[in-house]
Design a protein around this ligand. Structure first.
Ligand SMILES: [Zn+2]
Ligand SMILES: [Zn+2]
Length: 277
């Protein structure tokens, strides 16, 4: 590690049907990796009209909270364990989500876009839909939805802010439409005073790149938008994965602090090299 560890706020549990490991195993993996703070953020329940098979059901929420609370108590003094959720942003789900967010004292909430209309674009089985829409249009639709998600003011962190590149589809580098959509998204994030996630998950996906890409980081840094780190671990072995690479990228663009959350309040902590005290 070249940097002192920062909190990893993005990890899942088997309740979402595509993750493995108990919460205590994620916590132990974090301690073993030298982390001082983590947060669980499993895929939240959604209203019935947006049901799919890769998230916890509403009736599983109490058990999720109970498990994380128990691990938080067990690791007290060794590791700070925060309790969050990764919520999907889908137009029409706002009332349900806002109610969900009011039923518990969350430490933070990640808002993520995984769908463009009814298309779950990050699902490898739905790749054929790329052929039906132009890449530029898909990117613009995606960033518009991220902007809308920030505009709801319901989220503390925007998850993996350019997930749309996951499988390596790229618009032309000089696409003015895409640049405009990115800028619109960043202005919405700034206005809502929301943090962007810097996520190492892309390093483990076909795109082999951190989310978001350097151009977005540079512009966000210019606008003073804060960042929070997430590995998006779906297995304990991924906890903290790619942290150094993410912190390297942030510091390259002049970002000197990273976000911590407690009770939905954001605090900024300095990013420090290992040699620094
Ligand atoms: Zn997931
Ligand atoms: Zn996600």
């Amino acid at each position: 590690m070249r940097y002192q560890p920062v909190p990893d706020y993005h990890m899942h549990t088997p309740r979402c049907h595509h993750a493995t490991g108990k919460v205590c195993e994620y916590a132990q993996a974090a301690v073993d990796a030298g982390l001082k703070e983590i947060g669980m953020s499993d895929h939240s329940p959604m209203p019935p009209e947006f049901a799919d098979d890769w998230r916890m059901r509403e009736d599983e929420l109490p058990a999720y909270l109970h498990e994380v609370e128990q691990v938080r108590a067990r690791f007290d003094g060794k590791l700070c364990v925060r309790i969050g959720l990764e919520v999907d942003f889908r137009c029409g789900s706002e009332a349900y989500i806002s109610k969900l967010l009011s039923v518990y004292d969350w430490d933070y909430v990640i808002g993520s876009v995984h769908y463009i209309r009814d298309w779950n674009f990050d699902n490898p089985e739905k790749m054929n839909r790329w052929d039906k829409h132009g890449i530029e249009q898909v990117y613009c639709d995606y960033f518009d939805l991220v902007a809308q998600s920030a505009g709801t003011g319901m989220f503390d962190i925007i998850g993996h802010p350019d997930l749309i590149k996951k499988f390596g589809h790229r618009p032309p580098a000089d696409s003015r439409r895409v640049h405009k959509a990115e800028e619109h998204m960043l202005q919405a994030v700034k206005k809502a005073d929301t943090a962007l996630e810097i996520s190492s998950a892309g390093l483990r996906k076909p795109v082999k790149e951190i989310y978001p890409q350097p151009r977005i980081i540079a512009r966000a840094a210019e606008l003073g938008i804060p960042f929070a780190f997430g590995s998006d671990a779906h297995a304990p072995a991924s906890v903290g994965h790619g942290m150094d690479a993410c912190l390297d990228l942030l510091t390259r663009y002049g970002v000197r602090h990273i976000a911590r959350f407690a009770g939905r309040q954001r605090h900024m902590m300095p990013i420090q090299g290992m040699a620094e005290t």
